[in-house]
Ligand binder design. Structure first.
Ligand code: IYR
Length: 223
């Protein structure tokens, strides 16, 4: 039996005049252009409601079949942050010493990264982002999820933009492999950790690499 979903009139869309659209697109671009990934965090605490609202914003992302196949674990506990740092640095030491081919290390050179990840303890908040291969319902039934990497990536983009807009800085950290996060954070095996998002304020004399973004011509074609 094919059960039709109920539909509602679209009530949230705002049709704007063109000049207003252009201005808004410019303002949004300028705002996003101020975003930088940072690796030198202050230990200053951040408001809990900002994180909650930004996670709510992430949760508005489109997803395969609207299954919303993501889970965000917010870590603020110092002991747990230390354990995460230890787990990440163990993987990163292997990565930089053995696993990473020279070509990859050359590509990372402009970023100045290495196996030491003090920010995992310094920053007030880590958000571990998991993708769910399946959704386990309250009655124990399981739902297969679709386009999980795409869905999680879109939600993560919303989250990074929301945090930046609110006035916080982030680092998309990807210790590889990241399975140690399942064990430390008590997440089931059908959840895959995608990104460990480090969130906080920049340290006082925070430096960032002198790198830029591609131009419109380089990233888009209009045919
Ligand atoms: N995960 C490692 C290496 C690393 C890889 C990429 I691709 C980056 O853009 C940055 C770092 C690390 O965090 O150092």
């Amino acid at each position: 039996m094919n059960i039709e979903p109920p539909f509602l009139p679209l009530s949230t869309f705002i049709r704007r005049p063109e000049d207003e659209m252009i201005q808004r697109s410019r303002d949004f671009l300028a705002e996003l252009r101020r975003r930088r990934t940072i690796r030198d965090f202050s230990d200053e605490a951040i408001p809990a409601e900002v994180i909650e609202n930004c996670l709510r914003a992430a949760g508005t992302a489109p997803s395969g079949a609207n299954h919303q196949p993501w889970h965000f674990v917010v870590v603020r506990d110092a002991g747990l942050k230390r354990q995460i740092r230890e787990g990440a640095e163990a993987e990163e030491r292997e990565f930089y010493a053995h696993r990473a081919p020279q070509e990859w290390k050359d590509a990372l050179a402009p970023l100045g990264t290495d196996a030491d990840k003090p920010f995992l303890e310094t920053a007030p908040c880590l958000i571990a982002i998991f993708g769910q291969k399946k959704t386990v319902l309250d009655d124990g039934n399981e739902l297969k999820n679709y386009y999980v990497p795409e869905s999680v990536s879109i939600a993560t983009g919303f989250l990074i933009a929301a945090l930046h807009h609110a006035g916080l800085a982030t680092l998309t950290h990807t210790p590889s492999p990241m399975n140690f996060l399942n064990q430390l954070l008590g997440r089931p095996q059908h959840e895959k950790p995608y990104i460990l998002l480090v969130v906080g304020y920049p340290a006082e004399h925070c430096m960032v690499p002198n790198i830029g973004k591609k131009t419109l011509d380089e990233i888009a074609s209009f045919i």
